[in-house]
Design a binder for this molecule. Structure first.
Ligand SMILES: Cc1cc2nc3c(=O)[nH]c(=O)nc-3n(C[C@H](O)[C@H](O)[C@H](O)COP(=O)(O)OP(=O)(O)OC[C@H]3O[C@@H](n4cnc5c(N)ncnc54)[C@H](O)[C@@H]3O)c2cc1C
Length: 381
């Protein structure tokens, strides 16, 4: 299957989930269960799982194409995108026994690996300062602490969790002593795990999680104890590239809506799109979307041939998030009052795409990365 075939198949699937479907969910802050189930059934969420474990074994570019098309069709991949990049932690660093046990069941849809517990209320972006601990007790670890913004925790069977297994001693790097675990959400829920939904400005199924001495079998440690920060970091390029692809999809949706409305809407006896004050912002948004898309392509190219791609992944994420938010703003302006009307979906997508200026990494931290690691400027924090 070429990427074009994949894109066409995703577009076709998304036709069954038009604006009214998402609007109804948005009002209730409800999860798009049917949409995610169909994506799973169609195999799209298993695109990156190797064929040996029941997936399609496709490169990251295929996942980017899937997520971009979901957004360009007006749907919201945030309901399920994490499975694409969280699974990479298990794939790259998990033991053969873990991979054989979990990946085929994730590929078939029997298990959902949608939750990623890193951020904590007190840590913010400073991941090394997390205080959730995992204490070894015989053949299990006991987890204690609190996570925030753990998205899709209620719709996930498994969670990849980052916790501290040893305190930072003098002379040690702050990022050492962190470990990654695969947590079975069903077992944990009856054993000290609490989940509280957070209502946000968009429909995002995000939560706060409490671990009150939750036992996790030692065999669920991913990779080596104390190496967790490195494992999480290794998945972040993929995460940034995929979110960037989603933002390109969002920008395409806003631009398409704006251009078609500007062609049709007649005011003062002519289409509003005839006014340069309306067409230039749409044209500029288009140019910026295309430029961001090229950076996504470059990040993907480097990622797929195993070349360093952190700078490109970060730049792609920032440029694409900026392009999608610019296009969202232009769409509201082009639609005038109707941009604010629920029935046009513009305001909903506007709220949804705003997130990517902040999560999974904020623009400031990307700029800091470029300043420090590309330009050789002093670290600012
Ligand atoms: C809807 C939603 C879903 C999310 N889903 C997940 C999830 O599934 N799993 C998960 O682990 N996390 C998740 N997150 C968390 C997300 O990754 C963080 O919100 C994000 O990394 C920013 O962290 P923070 O909110 O603590 O902001 P802070 O770190 O408190 O930062 C606040 C502001 O200060 C700025 N800032 C901080 N430090 C610096 C600095 N040194 N220089 C310049 N500016 C700085 C930031 O750019 C930001 O604008 C989610 C967040 C949201 C809102």
């Amino acid at each position: 299957m070429t990427h074009e075939d994949i894109r066409a198949a995703v577009r076709k699937l998304c036709e069954a989930y038009p604006g009214p479907y998402w609007r109804a969910l948005d009002r209730e802050r409800a999860y798009p269960t049917e949409f995610v189930a169909e994506l799973t059934r169609s195999g799209f969420l298993a695109a990156l799982i190797p064929q040996a474990y029941g997936g399609s074994g496709l490169p990251l570019g295929a996942a980017a194409a899937i997520l971009e098309e979901i957004q360009a069709a007006g749907c919201n991949g945030a309901s399920c995108h994490a499975q694409m990049y969280v699974m990479g932690t298990l794939l790259r660093h998990g033991s053969e026994a873990q991979k054989t046990h979990y990946l085929p069941r994730i590929a078939s849809g029997e298990l959902r690996l949608q939750a990623f517990g890193v951020t904590e209320p007190g840590s913010g972006t400073d991941t090394a300062s997390i205080t959730t601990t995992a204490r070894r007790e015989g053949d299990r670890y006991i987890i204690r602490g609190r996570k925030i913004w753990t998205s899709r925790a209620e719709q996930s069977d498994l969670m990849v969790l980052l916790a501290r297994t040893s305190a930072v001693q003098d002379g040690m790097k702050r990022t050492s002593g962190l470990s990654v675990f695969l947590v079975d959400m069903h077992e944990a829920r009856g054993n000290g795990l609490s989940i509280d939904p957070i209502r946000t400005m968009m429909n995002h199924a995000t939560t706060t999680i409490g671990f009150d001495d939750v036992p996790v079998p030692a065999e669920n440690l991913i990779g080596k104890e104390g190496e967790g920060f490195r494992y999480i970091l290794s998945g972040m390029n993929a995460e940034r590239i995929l979110i960037a692809a989603e933002c390109v999809g969002d920008a395409r949706w806003f631009i398409e809506k704006s251009a078609s409305y500007a062609r049709e809407r007649v005011v003062f006896g002519r289409p509003i799109g005839q006014n340069q004050g309306i067409q230039f912002p749409i044209a500029r948004a288009y140019a910026n979307m295309r430029a961001a898309s090229l950076m996504v392509d470059e990040a993907l190219r480097r990622f797929e041939v195993d070349e360093p791609c952190a700078a490109e992944a970060n730049m792609a994420k920032m440029l694409a998030a900026d392009a999608s938010f610019e296009a969202a703003n232009v769409a509201i302006q082009t639609h005038g009052g109707f941009g604010f009307a629920e029935d046009f979906d513009i305001e909903r997508k506007f709220r949804e795409t705003r997130l990517y200026q902040v999560a999974p990494i904020s623009t400031n931290l990307i700029l800091s990365y470029i300043a420090e690691h590309v330009l050789g400027l002093p670290r600012s924090y």
